[in-house]
Design a protein around this ligand. Structure first.
Ligand SMILES: CC(C)(COP(=O)(O)OP(=O)(O)OC[C@H]1O[C@@H](n2cnc3c(N)ncnc32)[C@H](O)[C@@H]1OP(=O)(O)O)[C@@H](O)C(=O)NCCC(=O)NCCS
Length: 411
């Protein structure tokens, strides 16, 4: 018997790694084909495993480095995924050890922030993550949906290979200007387009999904959507649903035109688009805004700030701001007092011994970082203490973004 431990896996432990996460996720057993498919997608050195006192692998987590778009810039983030602990070993501290190892690694690699998507809300706050972006689902009743302006451009149905290439180019155009977006590899688009089979049980659905592009008046592709349909009829009337799996648009016009297209398909009574930003403008583009609803609003990506000066200096601010922020971090990674002097053109942030204007847990800083929650909202929820009157208001104004930050896919 030895003390429970965490270490990166060896290449021949990948199958066991995937078995552990698959069991935790209530998924069917992994196949050898699935293991081989993941081998080229995962950075094995960043696949961590927890072992129990008898040396059995019982928990896992992996990370990958990615650019994270922040207001006016970008920062390198350590994105965490594939987190799971066997049901036989839950609540024995294995996740806590995995997260500590992961966060220490990220600090060592010089990654100023970490990001993840939480399966359940209460899991990651204790590790210093804060809910940074939210997501919602757009539902449109097609029979009530008429759009304010006339259709433009042209929609074309394409195959998966074409879709994968186009969507990658489109995404590369919008990612640097959309806070909350992370990097995506060519393989990610190939998987989502149903071109690359990673044997996760979803390939057939992705392959069979329809793929459409929208070209503007000059013929340039500005948007792409992949969607599935169900052709239900009720009382001898069409009651079908179209569900957009992925909608990537480089312009607001492209977004409206692709939605217009989906809502115009014969026999489709309702359209759903998941993972939309919470300020999705679509309802406002309709004659009757109530024909579209934004439902199931919830937290999406969580941010854990590791290096406060690097993280805060990486973004730009809507208004000039000068304040001393005291960060509480029981893990000791980001704790301290920092002076932020920042504005629309640049930002300086450095440790200080000055008296703080605001005190916040590191999770609150993560929640405010991308502009997804105002400091005012966080303070009103009891996450932030204000020591100088007006400090919350000026931080709120400075950290604000024109549109809500969001992330277009799960990882
Ligand atoms: C969530 C999961 C990874 C937690 O692993 P674990 O090894 O049991 O976690 P730990 O024992 O290190 O728990 C640490 C603390 O977090 C709490 N915690 C862990 N999971 C929690 C959950 N789902 N909800 C609420 N609290 C949770 C524990 O109660 C414990 O609290 P304490 O320190 O006050 O005692 C594991 O239960 C699991 O694999 N669940 C199913 C898959 C999943 O949700 N994966 C996460 C994907 S993002």
């Amino acid at each position: 018997m030895t003390a429970p431990a965490v270490r990166p896996i060896a290449p021949d432990e990948l199958h066991r790694f995937l078995d552990v996460v698959g069991t935790a996720f209530l998924s069917p057993p992994v196949t050898p084909a699935a293991v081989e498919a993941r081998r080229s997608l995962f950075d094995i050195e960043r696949c961590l495993a927890a072992f129990d006192a008898r040396g059995r692998m019982c928990g896992v987590a992996r990370s990958f480095a990615t650019p994270l778009t922040v207001p006016g810039g970008e920062v390198t983030a350590s994105a965490v995924s594939s987190v799971g602990v066997l049901p036989t070993h839950r609540r024995q501290g294995h996740l806590t050890r995995l997260m500590r190892h992961h966060l220490d690694d990220a600090v060592e690699r010089g990654e100023p922030v970490a990001v993840l998507i939480a399966a359940e809300y209460p899991i990651y706050g204790r590790y210093g993550y804060g809910p940074a972006t939210e997501a919602t689902t757009l539902r449109v009743d097609t029979r009530a949906a008429s759009w304010l302006d006339e259709p433009r451009g042209e929609v074309e149905l394409v195959d998966g290979e074409t879709f994968a290439k186009v969507v990658e180019e489109l995404y590369d155009r919008i990612r640097p200007r959309t806070p909350g977006h992370i990097g995506a590899s060519t393989q990610r688009w190939q998987v989502l387009a149903g071109v690359l089979d990673v044997h996760d049980g979803e390939h057939e659905r992705r392959r069979n999904a329809l793929k459409a592009l929208w070209r503007d008046g000059t013929g340039e592709v500005q948007g792409a959507v992949t969607y599935t349909v169900d052709g239900t009829w009720k009382a001898n009337r069409p009651a079908g649903k179209a569900h957009a799996e992925l909608l990537v648009a480089a312009t607001p016009r492209a977004e409206v035109e692709l939605l217009r297209y989906l809502t115009s398909i014969d026999w489709i009574a309702s359209v759903g688009v998941a993972l939309r930003p919470v300020d999705d403008p679509a309802p406002l583009a309709l004659v009757d805004g109530r024909a579209a609803q934004l439902v199931d609003r919830s937290d999406h990506t969580w941010v854990r700030v590791l290096d406060v000066p690097a993280a805060l200096a990486a973004r730009r601010y809507a208004t000039p701001v000068s304040l001393v922020l005291e960060v509480r971090d029981p893990a000791g990674l980001a704790a301290g007092r920092y002076r932020l002097d920042a504005g629309p053109d640049g930002a300086d942030c450095a440790p200080t011994t000055a008296e703080p204007d605001l005190t916040a847990g590191v999770g609150a800083l993560g929640a405010a970082y991308l502009g997804g929650h105002t400091w005012r909202r966080l303070a009103d929820a009891g996450w932030v203490d204000e020591h100088r009157p007006g400090a919350v208001a000026s931080a709120s104004a400075a950290f604000a973004t024109a549109r809500a930050p969001w992330c277009a896919f799960t990882f």
